[in-house]
Design a protein around this ligand. Structure first.
Ligand SMILES: Nc1ncnc2c1ncn2[C@@H]1O[C@H](COP(=O)(O)OP(=O)(O)OP(=O)(O)O)[C@@H](O)[C@H]1O
Length: 445
């Protein structure tokens, strides 16, 4: 009898020869054989999403390869790997009638660089990537809407565009519409002003794929929410795919109508978290190769270990190193990378901690750190506490629960409320805005 590793290696080779590299990396490379007792092969997969995909799409191939490569009759089962990130899901399978779409292709609004091919998969984004791929393969039926959420610069927009590209690649007639939530709002406001509401509705309600980025900016916008609700209803009822991104979960978006919150949860919500070191190096390597930047592995590692906030900044640091090399007309090596990044003030700078922020804010307002973490409700304490939470969110990569914990075990909704409150006041209160600026300088000194 062959052992599970030999069997799996052989099967993987067949999948590799049969699938595109992206598909292979997403679904097959992430699976591991747990046991093989003929005919039972148990595979471990990273998430429910992967399990669904294996059961739905890859099992027939797996059985076929086992038979042709090993003359084995296989009965595979799938086990989800240990801890799963929070995922809510409802599979929508009901067939809905479709209507004819206006044949306008809005794909020009997609960034050519944001494809699945150029997206590097790591722990923090593998679920989101898998969900996006699944949606692009079976739009409108599987996970509708797909709701991607997480911090800035972590690849939400990239994945959204990748879905659009993949759908167009499969069917060039696909009508894709990508907008930020602000563009949607502005478009709606102009349509009311110009009395072109009908055109507006045609534009958004007759597409095959609607991508709306940064939906958290719908907060407080009653009119936009009303219009979007009807857009959503029509697309959803016609089994057209909707993909939304946000920096937070639907129920954490302030003043978002309940009916929208509940609809946003109908499909699948997946979060993206910051990439670990290994993924950051892979992202840099990938980018360097694509842009033909000659850079040794050591140098990539230095950049990746110093820039750990988000992918946008990581790309910025690489661009800086490249510019530095071109300007000085020198090749990229360790020493040169250190110099290039020095001016970014990253080097030897300890990661900002919540504790440091608490200390600086307490000193600034002349209050006790203990009170910042405590429960006192007087204004002199509450405002500095909210500011400290806001700065912790802005300046560190900490999650809301982590910040809550650092403030004496507060609930993450309390943290979110504080951050929102300060963010809102900053835009109207010049004095507060100045205080925040001063504090930021003080903290990052
Ligand atoms: N896993 C990845 N592989 C390759 N590039 C990535 C990856 N994640 C992010 N990027 C790149 O990082 C940059 C920022 O990503 P993107 O704009 O998609 O972030 P975002 O999560 O939408 O952020 P925001 O909330 O600010 O809009 C883009 O250039 C994107 O291509």
């Amino acid at each position: 009898m062959i052992d599970k590793e030999t069997l799996w290696d052989g099967l993987k080779n067949s999948f590799r020869a049969n699938l595109s590299p992206v598909t292979f990396n997403t679904w097959v490379e992430t699976a591991k054989p747990l046991s093989y007792q003929p005919p039972h092969l148990q595979l471990q997969v990273p998430s429910q999403l992967h399990k669904d995909y294996w059961e739905r799409t890859l099992t027939p191939k797996l059985v076929e390869f086992a038979f042709s490569d090993f003359q084995a009759e296989l009965e595979p089962t799938y086990v989800i790997e240990g801890e799963k990130p929070a995922v809510t899901r409802t599979t929508v399978t009901e067939e809905k009638p479709t209507t004819t779409s206006a044949k306008v292709n809005h794909s020009s609004s997609l960034n050519d660089k944001y494809t699945f091919d150029t997206f590097v998969i790591g722990k923090g984004n593998q679920m989101a990537n898998a969900a996006a791929m699944a949606v692009s393969e079976e739009p409108g039926t599987l996970y509708n809407p797909l709701f991607l959420y997480g911090g800035v610069g972590l690849g939400k927009t990239h994945l959204m565009h990748a879905i659009g590209h993949a759908m167009i690649a499969r069917n060039p007639d696909t009508n894709v519409m990508y907008v930020t939530s602000e563009e949607f709002t502005n478009d709606m406001v102009s349509s009311i002003r110009d009395k072109t509401q009908e055109e507006f509705r045609q534009k958004y309600r007759y597409v095959d794929l609607l991508l709306v980025d940064d939906i958290q900016f719908f907060a407080d916008k009653e009119g936009t929410q009303e219009e979007f609700f009807h857009t959503f209803e029509q697309l959803y009822n016609n089994s057209k795919q909707i993909v939304l991104t946000s920096d937070r979960l639907p129920n954490e978006i302030p003043k978002l109508q309940d009916r929208l919150v509940s609809r946003f949860k109908w499909g699948l919500s997946v979060d993206i978290t910051a990439p670990d070191l290994e993924t950051r190096i892979a992202i840099l390597r990938n980018k360097a190769e694509r842009e033909q930047i000659e850079i040794p592995d050591d140098a990539l590692e230095i950049i990746a270990s110093q820039v750990n906030s988000n992918v946008r900044e990581l790309e910025g640091a690489l661009a800086r190193v490249q510019a530095y090399s071109q300007l000085q007309n020198i090749g990229i090596d360790d020493g040169m990378v250190h110099n290039a990044l020095k001016s970014l003030n990253l080097e030897n700078k300890p990661a900002l901690s919540i504790e440091l922020i608490q200390q600086k804010v307490a000193a600034y307002f002349d209050v006790n750190v203990i009170d910042l973490k405590g429960k006192k409700r007087m204004k002199e304490i509450v405002v500095p506490r909210q500011i400290a939470m806001y700065l912790a969110r802005e300046l560190t990569n900490s999650s809301l629960p982590k910040i809550g914990k650092a403030f004496g075990g507060k609930d993450h909704t309390t943290v979110l409320h504080s951050c929102d409150k300060i963010a809102e006041s900053v835009s109207t209160d010049a004095k507060l805005s100045e205080t925040i600026q001063q504090l930021k300088i003080e903290i990052q000194r």
